[in-house]
Ligand binder design. Structure first.
Ligand code: ZN
Length: 422
């Protein structure tokens, strides 16, 4: 049965890069992610609800204090904001909520990721790279409290200020991560608008290059339960900004040039065949951006769907997930043969899973792989299939890392029936 997410939303091809619309299942903390040492976290820390002291070694106090999980965040003066790491489900021991949460659900006990907002211009949620606001009529702009903090209690958050702060914090972290690790953030100083809450965007979130904005909508779960702001799911926000990085990395590329329309599915963008296409790679690479920050929990949309594994589509028994671990053996041919059409997010999940396998490989230097990933963004052409992209990746690997990762990429692409073309 088709859920509301299987009904496609009309949009102008070429303008929008959509995250979701799938009815749709993680682990291994990887790389130099956040400065918090999650390896020392105990189950009670992430399950919280208790007031015991975290076992995380406290960093030096002050405005530069590194993030920690702190059940007492709201009263911890070392931090100026209390948000969620990734999304609320992460703090529920990665378990679905029962019942599923709604706006009115008090999530304060999970609002325990203690952080300090940085890089603010004029003490607003903005800087030269992006600015956060809600385009929803009647929503108040988040401003600091009289004590200077940005702490807003989700139990009493009718203006969706936690969503605004979440949006700012995670985009800032994403940009810092990219600049510190791979060296380049293509949309530098592009002043992208992040619409943190908008009820007119239903079951969706997207980056619009023509408007230079990301829009974070409202999701209604297919099962019991209510609605969720997309902005509470930081991996969704980071995915959308991943589209911005892709766009600004090659503004002359038409991301839909080699994309066809699936008449079976109300004009959904599809790849011409199971060799893949650029718009599918765009979706997959956007997920990879999220894996960099949330590698210990690489599922996409798990809170939105109240599902441990994240968004997934079941194609007559074939699970096409937004979790690369689930997609370990997924091939584009299997999607072609089992799914009703050749939708770009599904094929994109294969592209994401290939990068994930190389990135998480313990013999890989994760920062090198991330650099290689970012270097591929400008060189992928509008007519490329995944096979041609594979060739470009291998060429760049030869150029930057003396072919260190080539056999791994070659194996991963071929394992999925994709033969690198040079
Ligand atoms: Zn997307």
């Amino acid at each position: 049965m088709k859920s509301v997410r299987n009904v496609f939303f009309g949009f102008a091809l070429g303008l929008l890069s959509l995250l979701l619309f799938q009815n749709c299942t993680d682990q291994d903390h990887v790389g130099k992610m956040l400065r918090t040492d999650f390896s020392s976290r105990t189950p009670t820390d992430q399950n919280d609800g208790n007031t015991s002291t975290t076992t995380i070694t406290l960093p030096p106090v002050g405005s530069e204090a590194d993030p920690i999980i702190d059940p007492n965040c709201l009263t911890n003066d070392d931090y100026n904001a209390c948000i969620f790491f990734k999304n609320p489900q992460f703090h529920n021991a990665d378990n679905p909520f029962n019942p599923a949460t709604n706006y009115s659900t008090d999530l304060t006990e999970h609002q325990v990721y203690a952080v300090n907002l940085k890089g603010l211009t004029n003490n607003k949620l903005q800087n030269s790279n992006f600015r956060v606001t809600s385009l929803q009529t009647g929503i108040e702009e988040a401003k600091p409290n009289p004590d200077g903090t940005w702490k807003f209690d989700y139990a009493n958050d009718s203006n969706h200020k936690v969503a605004q702060v979440m949006t700012y914090y995670w985009i800032f972290e994403q940009i810092q991560w990219m600049k510190e690790n791979v060296g380049t953030w293509y949309p530098e100083n592009k002043n992208i608008l992040a619409d943190s809450y908008n009820e007119s965007v239903q079951n969706n979130a997207y980056f619009s290059s023509s408007d230079n904005m990301i829009r974070l909508g409202v999701f209604t779960r297919s099962g019991p339960g209510g609605r969720s702001e997309a902005a509470l799911s930081a991996e969704v926000t980071v995915h959308e900004m991943g589209h911005a990085n892709w766009y600004y990395g090659n503004r002359t590329r038409n991301n839909f040039a080699n994309t066809v329309v699936c008449p079976e599915s109300n004009n959904t963008p599809c790849c011409p065949d199971d060799r893949g296409c650029v718009s599918a790679a765009n979706e997959g690479q956007a997920d990879v951006h999220a894996f960099f920050l949330f590698g210990e929990s690489p599922s996409i949309g798990n809170f939105i769907d109240n599902n441990v594994g994240g968004l997934e589509t079941n194609c007559g028994g074939l699970v096409v997930s937004r979790n690369p671990e689930v997609n370990f053996n997924l091939t584009t041919a299997a999607i072609t043969n089992n799914c009703p059409f050749r939708e770009i997010h599904w094929y994109g999940s294969v592209y994401a899973a290939i990068w994930w396998e190389i990135y998480k490989d313990p013999t890989s230097d994760k920062i090198e792989v991330a650099k290689l990933f970012n270097e591929t963004i400008p060189v992928i052409g509008p007519q490329d299939t995944f096979e041609e992209m594979a060739g470009r990746i291998l060429n760049l690997d030869a150029q930057f890392f003396a072919g260190k990762y080539s056999s791994k990429f070659d194996t991963e692409f071929r394992r999925r029936g994709l033969i690198p073309i040079f």
